[in-house]
Design a protein around this ligand. Structure first.
Ligand code: ADP
Ligand code: AMP
Length: 216
């Protein structure tokens, strides 16, 4: 399946994406993860984009689209993929249509994880991520067994540099202005299915699993 997961920052996309990718046996393609790996690796691309991530601004479309084009050309994407964090603008969505058209494919499903804006700040500032395997935790909602240590690999948990109050406020604003309009773009094609992202994590997954099974 070719799935796009949408929702504001902190909606739970990454948390659910891990389960979806494993259930559907498809790669989880997250532009945020790709960009953070480039920054960590001190690559030319990493140096070019670091200030965008630090301030919560969007990386320019032409840079982002080329990153996705390369990623979707890799053999593991041919059986399907789960996009997380891309597209984020209408020009990116149009570019994705072009890339998929060249591959002779198209999106099957857009999952929209809905969470009220007032819950998002708390979700993002309490988020902790494993430095080693990327697993996501929360200080209140998904607490690791040992403080600051990843349950699955024992790696150190850290707070993303863009999960500060100031940057989160900017990211939520960018989402409303530039990314939320994409939902109508996909609604016109009847691709969007809504998911209540305020339920506990396992219940959100149960809703998503039901939706995916109905497509199989
Ligand atoms: P996104 O990828 O959409 O930015 P994440 O999946 O990283 O969001 O989730 C943001 C934070 O909220 C994480 O700390 C995660 O543990 C927590 N979280 C995710 N889903 C839920 C949920 N259904 N209820 C409460 N907290 C959640
Ligand atoms: P995320 O991990 O999805 O929260 O993304 C973290 C940051 O990476 C964003 O705040 C942007 O700076 C950048 N980013 C990720 N995906 C995109 C995209 N599709 N377009 C532009 N910038 C992006």
């Amino acid at each position: 399946m070719r799935i796009l997961i949408m929702g504001p920052p902190g909606a739970g996309k990454g948390t659910q994406a891990v389960r979806i990718a494993s259930f559907c046996e498809i790669p989880h393609v997250s532009t945020g993860d790709i960009f953070r790996a480039e920054i960590k690796g001190c690559t030319d691309l990493g140096r070019k984009i670091t200030s965008y991530l630090d301030t919560g601004k969007l990386v320019p479309d032409e840079v982002t689209v080329e990153v996705i084009r390369k990623r979707l050309q890799q053999p593991d994407s041919h059986k399907g993929f789960l996009l997380d964090g891309f597209p984020r603008t209408i020009p990116q969505a149009k570019a994705l249509d072009g890339i998929l058209g060249e591959m002779g494919s198209a999106l099957d499903l857009v999952l929209n994880i809905r969470v009220a804006p007032q819950a998002l700040l708390k979700r993002l500032t309490g988020r902790r991520v494993c430095r080693k395997c990327g697993a996501t935790y929360h200080l209140l909602y998904q607490v690791p067994q040992a403080d600051g240590v990843c349950d699955s690999c024992g790696g150190e948990l850290y707070q993303r540099s863009d999960d500060t109050v100031e940057t989160v406020t900017n990211r939520l604003d960018v989402y409303q202005k530039q990314t939320a309009p994409l939902l109508d773009y996909y609604r016109e094609r009847d691709l969007v299915r809504e998911v209540d992202g305020e339920l506990p994590i396992d219940q959100v997954w149960a809703e998503i699993e039901k939706l995916i099974r109905s497509f199989a």
